[in-house]
Design a protein around this ligand. Structure first.
Ligand SMILES: Cc1cc2nc3c(=O)[nH]c(=O)nc-3n(C[C@H](O)[C@H](O)[C@H](O)COP(=O)(O)OP(=O)(O)OC[C@H]3O[C@@H](n4cnc5c(N)ncnc54)[C@H](O)[C@@H]3O)c2cc1C
Length: 275
């Protein structure tokens, strides 16, 4: 049975010309989630109530469990955009979840390729924090390919570049589709996230790919990966479809049995990481 939580907006800030960061706090309970999962938020405006899905994006593993963070991209004339971008602190939403199977692979992949455009980065942020906390020096490789339009849209730049500089397991590639930085870093490329993907060293037997964001990008990436021997079991895709498209593919709520299975998998994964 779905549990509906209530939460109020407690903080927000501007991340880039098109995106904002929000922190909410549940007034009643903890909000269970595994890095990569999303909740469905219900908001109310002058036309009534409406739902939108958002990935939890917190990187602070010590964030109280009744709080969550969102990274939201503005859509012109969008209802959720209007609600969120104009909300005062204290504004309330209700939410249900967690949903989604965009999770860290179990058993861990030899190489984990994360591919996102814009706010499609959101679910990967808690994953990177989890990986960093679990085993800062693990021998496996994590490669993030992030697509943005321009340098001022490079979300979480400080966090991602620090991670890249600190840990040899974390590789970063930034793809600028409209405007390159004036002084590009070694990890900056011109074009879309699909640029050079067919030439990336990947082995479908040992490596796993998670893709999130713009539906067309997700399809384009998947097509390239298919030609490299990957398939539905080795690539997990999450499309940020619009609300109208989403209604036709409403996610199934996790049952208590699903949650128990997930916890067991996580326990096994954490134990393996410590060995
Ligand atoms: C599983 C899942 C997780 C998601 N997580 C996030 C997240 O973490 N952060 C985030 O910002 N979004 C996320 N989204 C998208 C989010 O749910 C909303 O669809 C988005 O915020 C737009 O909602 P809106 O109410 O502002 O626009 P709407 O009122 O739904 O749309 C207004 C108009 O704009 C069009 N439109 C809607 N979205 C776009 C778009 N992206 N590009 C062009 N036209 C568009 C619509 O067709 C409509 O005509 C997620 C979606 C899914 C399915």
């Amino acid at each position: 049975m779905d549990i509906t939580h209530r939460a109020k907006l407690v903080d927000q800030s501007v991340l880039s010309p098109s995106t904002r960061w929000f922190r909410f706090e549940s007034v009643s309970a903890e909000l269970p989630f595994e890095p990569g999962q999303f909740y469905r938020l219900t908001m109310q405006d002058s036309r009534g109530t409406f739902e939108r899905s958002f990935s939890f994006s917190q990187t602070d593993l010590l964030l109280p469990k009744n709080q969550f963070e969102l990274v939201v991209s503005a859509v012109a004339g969008g209802r959720a955009t209007n609600w969120l971008f104009n909300a005062d602190l204290g504004a309330e939403v209700t939410l249900q979840g967690p949903y989604g199977r965009l999770l860290l692979p179990e058993p861990p992949a030899q190489k984990l390729l994360l591919i996102a455009t814009s706010v499609g980065l959101a679910p990967f942020l808690p994953m990177l924090a989890r990986l960093q906390a679990q085993s800062p020096e693990h021998p496996r490789l994590v490669h993030l390919r992030l697509g943005v339009r321009s340098p001022d849209e490079f979300l979480y730049e400080a966090y991602l570049t620090a991670l890249h500089q600190q840990y040899s397991w974390f590789d970063l590639s930034l793809f600028y589709s409209r405007q390159m930085p004036e002084q590009p870093d070694p990890w900056a490329y011109s074009g879309y996230v699909t640029e050079g993907l067919s030439a990336e060293t990947l082995d479908a037997a040992t490596d796993r790919v998670l893709v999130c964001g713009n539906p067309k990008m997700v399809d384009d990436v998947y097509q390239i990966l298919r030609s490299k021997g990957f398939g539905p079991k080795t690539v997990v895709r999450e499309k940020y479809v619009f609300a109208a498209q989403e209604r036709t593919a409403k996610p199934k709520a996790s049952s208590a049995a699903d949650a128990a299975l997930l916890q067991e998998k996580i326990k096994q994964y954490t134990t393996k990481q410590r060995d």
